[in-house]
Design a protein. Structure first.
Length: 287
C-alpha cells in the first residue's frame, strides 16, 4: 500500500507542471515552441536596417530597448521596449503577402482598420496588436502590446514606428494638389478658365510623375470629398469637373497656346500616357 502511495505522489508531481501550463496564452513578443524553437540572437538597429530594409528606430522616451533577430525559414526582426508604462514588441519580416508574425495567441474581442492601412485587434485594457502589409515593399509589420490596449493606443504607437509607404506619400502629395485646386480655382469667376487649365496641368504632371493609378486617384478623391463639409464638397465637385474639362482643352488642338496662357510650365505635356488620362477621368467620376 505504501509503495502505491509513493508511485501516486510521483505521478502527480510530474503532471502538475503540465496542468499549470494548460490554457496559458503566450505574452507579447514570445513564441510558443512547436518542435524546436527558432534561435533568437541579439541584433542592432543597423543590422536590421541592412538585412530587412526597415529602420526600426525606437520612439522618443523608450526604455529598456533591445533588438534581436529570430532566425528560421522566415526570419523576423524584433524591437522590444518600454514606454509610458507599456511594454511593446515591434516586428518586421519580408513577406509575399499578409500574415500574422505577432506571436500573439489570443481570441480577440475587438478589431478595426486604421487610416494608414493597418489592421487592429485587441481586448480592451489587455493585449492588442496592429499589423500592416506593405505590398510595394514586400514587408509585413506588427506591433503588439501585452496589456493596456485600445484602438487609440495601438494606432498612436504604430504611427511612430511604421514607415511611411510610397502609397502614403503619393496620397499626401495628391491631397496637397487637391487642396491647392480647391483654394485657387472658382468656376464662373473672372479668369477661372485659365485657373482651371493651370490646375489641370499641375495634376496631370503629378499623375505622370507619381505613377498613380486611376483606381487610386478615384479612391483618394472620394476620400477627400468625404472629408469636406457639404457645401465645400459641392464646390469641389464643380472644381473637379471644371479641371477635367480644362484638361480636354489642353490636350486638344491649340492646347499648347492655352497652356502658355495659364502661367504654368508643364513638365510632361502632352500627357500621352493612358494612366494620366485615366486619372483625370477618375476626377470627373468622383465629381
Amino acid at each position: 500500500m505504501k509503495r502505491n502511495c509513493v508511485v501516486y505522489v510521483l505521478i502527480l508531481a510530474l503532471c502538475l507542471p503540465l496542468l499549470v501550463g494548460c490554457g496559458k496564452t503566450a505574452p507579447a513578443g514570445t513564441e510558443e515552441a512547436v518542435g524546436l524553437p527558432n534561435p533568437v540572437k541579439p541584433s542592432s538597429r543597423e543590422e536590421i536596417a541592412e538585412r530587412f530594409g526597415v529602420d526600426m528606430a525606437a520612439p522618443e522616451g523608450a526604455e529598456e530597448v533591445a533588438y534581436s533577430i529570430i532566425d528560421g525559414e522566415a526570419p523576423l526582426a524584433q524591437l522590444v521596449y518600454n514606454r509610458s508604462g507599456l511594454s511593446w514588441c515591434f516586428r518586421a519580416a519580408k513577406s509575399a503577402g499578409s500574415e500574422d508574425i505577432s506571436g500573439m495567441y489570443y481570441e480577440w474581442a475587438r478589431s478595426a482598420e486604421s487610416d494608414f492601412g493597418a489592421r487592429l485587434r485587441w481586448n480592451d485594457g489587455e493585449a492588442g496588436v496592429i499589423e500592416r502589409y506593405d505590398a510595394e515593399e514586400g514587408r509585413m509589420l506588427s506591433l503588439s502590446l501585452g496589456h493596456g490596449a485600445d484602438e487609440s493606443v495601438l494606432a498612436a504607437e504604430a504611427a511612430l514606428l511604421f514607415p511611411v509607404t510610397a502609397a502614403q506619400q503619393r496620397g499626401e502629395a495628391f491631397r496637397a494638389r487637391l487642396e491647392e485646386a480647391h483654394g485657387s480655382y472658382f468656376p464662373g469667376t473672372a479668369g477661372s478658365s485659365l485657373s482651371a487649365s493651370a490646375q489641370a496641368a499641375k495634376l496631370a504632371d503629378f499623375f505622370a510623375e507619381s505613377g498613380m493609378s486611376p483606381e487610386e486617384a478615384r479612391a483618394l478623391a472620394d476620400a477627400y470629398l468625404a472629408s469636406l463639409p457639404a457645401d465645400e464638397a459641392e464646390l469641389m465637385r464643380m472644381q473637379l469637373d471644371g479641371i477635367a474639362g480644362a484638361f480636354g482643352y489642353l490636350t486638344d488642338v491649340g492646347g499648347q497656346l492655352l497652356l502658355a496662357s495659364c502661367g504654368y510650365e508643364a513638365q510632361s505635356y502632352p500627357w500621352e500616357d493612358a494612366a494620366v488620362r485615366g486619372c483625370i477621368d477618375a476626377l470627373r467620376a468622383a465629381a
